[in-house]
Design a protein around this ligand. Structure first.
Ligand code: ADP
Ligand code: MG
Length: 423
């Protein structure tokens, strides 16, 4: 393979890059660091996978979830790319075997969890090979201001510093708030990174908030519009998942469930049933979905309001990855706010933080929850609200969200008249 276009076609079957991809690929091929902020489904993986096949050494991908690594590696291997993952899903002897293969140069792409990087065995391996690129996927996990802080991500920079030669480091995330972006650059010590931020607007997604008295009845009403179509219903707790999933099955909507309280075997089975369209609806906590690449998800319904817009945008964004119209519907109630408030005050405490730092985290959490609540209760354009939150300019009316269309029904007037009234 000589160039990026050939790699794109031969291995991935695509004729052209999507917005932003080529810029990142070029930077990495030139040995530069990069920070790519692109919405879910934009195609971040390709940005490091294409260079990986052209760079002389190995590309190491740091990834937070085993299921995510497995999915990507499976797809790569099916496409003829020599790739492997090194994580706790492997038995000890499988791990040793994979490491030997890796040291012998059999893989171009290796996925690993951040906690592996500084272990003796992994260190012994990396000293024997050339690492051309370290790609940090879901890079917001390095930031305490992100919604998925993962302390292991803080080890990445120590790992990079310990390499004989510093490779290019590239960070990928769908979280675009300014604090998180700055944290990523600082904590991963990106050097003059090529920054690529693509638009956050997903035009094919229709956003809507409903504030029903009875959420279950509302859920049925919404689902009746999506007979046999694939979709996800997110709930805030495991108990809600069980409850809603049972309810749907009783009502004749075959649904699978997914949360961290289930056995690994059941989670795997349910995920596959959903991915391969054996069951249309997945009822899940937010444990489901990171890195899930199912293209034909037609709706994402939030049975409970998530704790912040970052989470909401990411979860809702799993709808319509194929570009066809899809709906993102949030069922809101005041109780959701109280539940989230409780979780902020009494949720998982990070022992490494002192009192002042903890209060600072709570303060940020409360502010994010406040914004999420504003989104859930606003009468104005929902798309505009989201884009503004992520720092992007957009029209005051999208005419393709629940609030814009409801407003248009109430007051029958043209778009232009609406705009004038608004200003
Ligand atoms: P992200 O990590 O940004 O959420 P993925 O890397 O999982 O997104 O890619 C989402 C989907 O887009 C995948 O199915 C991928 O194959 C597809 N895709 C990526 N790049 C292209 C491209 N240039 N042309 C067509 N499809 C693409
Ligand atoms: Mg991804």
């Amino acid at each position: 393979m000589v160039n990026k276009a050939e790699v794109l076609k031969e291995y991935f079957g695509y004729d052209s890059f999507r917005t932003g991809q080529e810029q990142v690929v070029d930077a990495l091929l030139a040995g530069r660091d990069a920070l790519a902020v692109m919405p879910t489904g934009a195609g971040k993986s390709l940005c490091f996978q294409v260079p990986a096949l052209l760079l002389p050494g190995i590309t190491l991908v740091v990834s937070p979830l085993i299921s995510l690594m497995q999915d990507q590696v499976r797809e790569l291997v099916e496409s003829g790319v020599p790739a492997a993952y090194l994580n706790s899903a492997l038995t000890d002897s499988q791990y040793a075997h994979a490491l030997r293969n890796a040291a012998a140069g059999k893989y171009k792409i290796i996925y690993a969890a951040p906690e592996r990087l500084l272990t003796d065995r992994f260190q012994a391996f990396v000293q024997q090979v050339q690492i051309s690129l370290v790609a940090v996927d879901e890079a917001h996990c390095v930031s305490q201001w992100g919604q998925d802080f993962r302390p292991g991500y803080l080890q990445i920079i120590e790992f990079v510093a310990g390499l004989a030669e510093r490779p290019a480091v590239a960070a990928f995330t769908a979280t675009a708030t300014e604090v998180v972006k700055k944290d990523i650059v600082r904590l991963l010590q990106l050097k003059d990174p090529c920054e690529v931020v693509t638009g956050f607007d997903r035009e094919n997604l229709f956003y809507e908030v409903r504030r029903p008295h009875n959420k279950k009845n509302e859920l049925l009403a919404v689902l009746s519009r999506f007979r046999d179509e694939s979709g996800i219903v997110y709930c805030s707790t495991r108990k809600n998942v069980e409850d809603v999933c049972d309810f749907l099955n009783e009502q004749g909507y075959p649904a699978a469930r997914y949360h961290a309280g289930l056995s690994q075997v059941e989670r795997q089975k349910n995920q596959e049933d959903f991915l391969y369209d054996r069951v249309a609806v997945m009822v899940a906590t937010n444990a489901f979905g990171m890195g899930i690449d199912k293209s034909n998800v037609r709706f994402v319904i939030h049975f409970n309001m998530p704790k912040d817009l970052e989470s909401y945008y990411q979860e809702a964004g799993r709808a319509g990855r194929d570009g066809a119209p899809a709906q993102c519907i949030l069922l809101y109630s005041g109780q959701d706010v109280r539940t989230n408030q409780f979780l902020i005050e009494h949720g998982n405490e990070d022992d490494t933080l002192d009192e002042a730092a903890r209060e600072e985290v709570h303060k940020k959490d409360r502010e994010r929850l406040r914004q999420m609540t504003f989104y859930s209760t606003t009468q104005h354009c929902l798309r505009h609200f989201i884009l503004k939150y992520f720092g992007e300019k957009s029209p005051m009316f999208c005419n393709a969200c629940g609030n814009c269309t409801a407003a248009a029904e109430e007051v029958d007037m043209t778009v232009d008249a609406q705009k004038i009234l608004c200003c």
